[in-house]
Design a protein around this ligand. Structure first.
Ligand code: MRU
Length: 352
């Protein structure tokens, strides 16, 4: 099965010939460069550097990383130790995005089913699975888009934070997929794109994707959300998620919580769009979600130029947690979940 390619759902990764290629997102929008990854170390490095980023995209990249790690094993007796090593390497890259752990867990099941058949069978089984995960993510995102589009009325001005589009997934996107589907249905007049400090995923990536798609947007600073809502210029908000706890509390890019509080103050619907693989039922609530802290130079410098005085120490939380009570609905591939989330999330997983 080949990776999905269509104008509305390009993929930021491809498995071609000898290995994995990733669209180098740190260079966008100035340059569209693909990097080759032949080892799991290179995949882990790309995830850490945010060359590939966005919770679902990280999960699929890690799946291919497992293939790269296992395909060099010749001795059947080394298979298990190598799997643990590669799984640990990839799993340690980013702590908040649960899709990473989720994908590695599914990879482990594939490994267990094939390990007795030897090294070649393990690699073949993992590659077939990774390719299917890649294609499945796009199918899921399209379903999220369909469910989400029903929530918007014609002429909506929709605000989003960070980047949740094709770049952040295997293709099509979650929150940006919802915006794309709603726009196709004639419901979106304009998208407000938060620039998303400090790494500017909104300004660099979401603006790049929306421009390609021809969807009207305007870029705003993160701290414009208040005045936009106060002036009645926002009809709805849709964001992605890195991890949703069992009670609906949601970790997403730093600044999301601020937007949610403002939305509550101004009576603007606030939606989270994510696949079920982003819901971590083993994490009871937001307080239990590990929050990634990144290096302070991401704040004290802008594209390598220092903007704060020497020796300034910054605190760089990459994510924050929006309490479930501020979330109007969680848009998933099985439908829109509504409060109380403990119940609707359990229902989405097939429990009564
Ligand atoms: O640090 P990033 O760029 O990986 O953060 C991405 C986000 O916060 C996204 O909103 C989230 O991963 C969902 S992507 C579909």
């Amino acid at each position: 099965m080949s990776e999905p390619r269509s104008p509305d759902a390009f993929s930021p990764m491809r498995w071609e010939g000898p290995g994995l290629q990733l669209l180098e997102q740190t260079k966008l929008p100035a340059e569209e460069v693909w990097i080759d990854c032949d080892t799991p170390e290179q995949v882990a490095d790309a995830i850490r550097r945010l060359a590939v980023r966005g919770a679902p995209a990280i999960g699929v990249a890690a799946a291919y990383g497992l293939v790269l790690g296992m395909r060099t094993v010749r001795d059947p007796g080394r298979l298990r130790a190598r799997f643990e090593e590669v799984s640990e390497l990839l799993g340690s890259t980013r702590p908040t995005a649960v899709n990473l752990r989720w994908a590695l867990g599914r990879g482990r099941e594939v490994f267990e089913r094939s390990v007795d058949q030897g090294p070649e069978a393990v690699t073949a089984a993992l590659l077939a699975w990774a390719r299917e995960l890649h294609a499945e993510d796009v199918r899921i995102n399209r379903r999220i888009g369909e469910h989400g589009a029903t929530l918007f009325a014609g002429g909506s001005r929709v605000l989003t934070h960070c980047n949740t589009g094709s770049l952040a997934t295997a293709g099509y996107g979650t929150a940006l997929g919802v915006i794309q589907s709603a726009w196709r249905d004639g419901k979106v007049e304009r998208v407000w794109v938060d620039e998303t400090r400090p790494l500017l995923q909104g300004a660099r990536l979401t603006a790049w994707e929306l421009k390609k798609l021809g969807i009207p947007f305007r870029l705003v600073t993160d701290n414009s959300a208040g005045i936009l809502m106060a002036r009645g210029l926002v009809d709805g908000i849709v964001v992605g998620a890195d991890r949703i706890a069992a009670n609906g509390d949601t970790a997403n890019k730093i600044g999301t919580y601020t937007v949610a509080v403002l939305a509550h103050r101004h009576g603007v619907p606030f939606y989270v769009a994510a696949p079920l693989s982003t819901i971590d039922r083993a994490t009871p609530n937001g307080a239990a979600i590990p929050i990634e802290e990144r290096k302070s130079s991401e704040i004290t410098e802008v594209f390598g130029t220092r903007i704060a005085p020497d020796e300034t120490e910054a605190l760089n939380f990459a994510f924050d947690v929006t309490p479930a009570e501020l979330i109007t609905g969680i848009i998933t591939e099985v439908g829109v979940l509504r409060p109380p989330y403990e119940r609707s999330i359990a229902g989405a997983f097939g429990e009564p």
